[in-house]
Design a protein around this ligand. Structure first.
Ligand code: F6R
Length: 367
């Protein structure tokens, strides 16, 4: 049942290239360089009238929504808010008929997410569910469903569901851009071509996991560590930090790289690992100066970046792990795989039950 893998989590990490392909399958019109989502009821008129988007979810699905926000804002230029589902209802969110609410849920059964969906509907919003389970409560109650084709996810720690949610957001973001005319045909074609290379790029990463494994064994000796990043990298490290806590029980915090100096820098001392995801070229210099701030306080820094920056980065950091190159807006679909493997191998090194971490359940049906 584990298909030769030691754990479901590792199997599911390795299923990601397939999950990316399946989630894209039939949704890209290659002749016209367009996204086609015939399953959506959302009309062209409705899409043109959307004034704001609220993305609501829990845990890893929330973290996928953080990427969803950057994608929709960049592609379609619509303002997006992210909410944790257990908070959403209690802040009296401003919902109008021109609000599109996107709920994200692997299982489609998370109680808080379902309650948020019902609240949004009751207030007149159109609700789109991004879910992995077609017949789930969330799929049934939503106005529209965009199914991720990750296949069943057994390990408690979500991996292929998260990355399939990213693919769904890329497709949906491009679809909005197409309808609203915020991107040219060429720009859309360019993103689609890069998306179609992602599965092979993940395969290459999975065949080169040795450095990640040995770095994981190294951090397994530590009690706490930090992740930093800017922009999309910040969103991805939030997921990396959650994954590491969840299965290795190593305490970590994910910080926007520029925010550390506003208090948290006090926790940096000799030998504390700081994992810096540094892929966004427009802010690379800025992150590099944050890396220097932590190095000066004794931190031991790992940088995760593209091959072309490795030599330069090694002048400032202790270790570098590289990832394949893609467009800045798609980088999460690759970089997160490194962080998933890091969490997996750290948990393994510590002898924990990778697939069934303590205190957690796969589907959270209480509020
Ligand atoms: C973490 C994890 C959880 C879930 C969260 C939401 O690895 O799996 O954080 O993402 O409980 O679950 P769904 O997506 O089923 O609503």
């Amino acid at each position: 049942e584990k298909g030769g893998y030691e754990h479901f989590m590792l199997k599911e990490i390795h299923e990601q290239p397939r999950a990316y392909r399946d989630t894209m399958l039939g949704r890209i019109d290659h002749d016209n360089h367009q996204v086609v989502l015939p399953e959506l009821k959302l009309s062209v008129e409705q899409i043109k009238n959307i004034r704001n988007v609220q993305i609501v979810a829990c845990g890893t699905a929330y973290n996928a929504g953080l990427i969803g926000r950057t994608v929709i804002e960049q592609f379609a230029r619509i303002p997006v808010e992210n909410d944790v589902a257990s908070e959403y209802r209690y802040r009296s969110p401003i919902i109008t008929p021109e609000t599109l609410v996107i709920v994200v849920s692997q299982s489609g059964e998370t109680a808080d997410t379902l309650a948020a969906l019902r609240e949004a509907k009751a207030n007149g919003a159109h609700v789109l569910a991004i879910t992995n389970v077609v017949g789930s409560s969330i799929a049934r109650d939503a106005d529209d469903v965009l199914v991720t084709l990750a296949g069943p996810e057994i390990a408690v720690a979500s991996t292929k569901a998260y990355t399939s949610q990213l693919i769904a957001f890329y497709l949906f973001g491009l679809y909005l851009a197409q309808v609203r005319g915020t991107m040219t045909k060429d720009e859309i074609a360019h993103v689609l071509a890069a998306m179609e290379s992602l599965p092979e790029q993940v395969e290459a990463m999975l065949n080169n996991a040795d450095t990640i494994k040995s770095y994981a064994e190294h951090i397994a000796k530590h009690k706490h560590l930090f992740f930093i990043g800017r922009g999309q990298d910040y969103a991805v490290v939030q997921e990396g930090s959650l994954k590491l806590k969840e299965i290795s029980y190593i305490h970590s915090e994910a910080y926007a790289a520029g925010e550390l100096k506003h208090g948290t820098l006090a926790l940096i001392e000799d030998g504390v690992p700081v994992i810096s995801l540094i892929t966004q070229e427009s802010v690379m210099e800025k992150t590099l100066s944050n890396i220097k701030e932590v190095k000066a306080r004794g931190a031991e820094v790992l940088a995760i970046s593209y091959e072309e920056h490795a030599a330069e980065l090694l002048k400032s950091v202790d270790h570098v792990i590289t990832i394949p190159k893609t467009l800045p807006v798609l980088t999460a679909a690759l970089s997160v795989v490194t962080l998933q493997l890091l969490a997996y191998y750290a948990s393994l090194a510590l002898g924990h039950d990778v697939d069934k971490p303590r205190n957690l359940a796969k589907s959270v049906t209480v509020e």
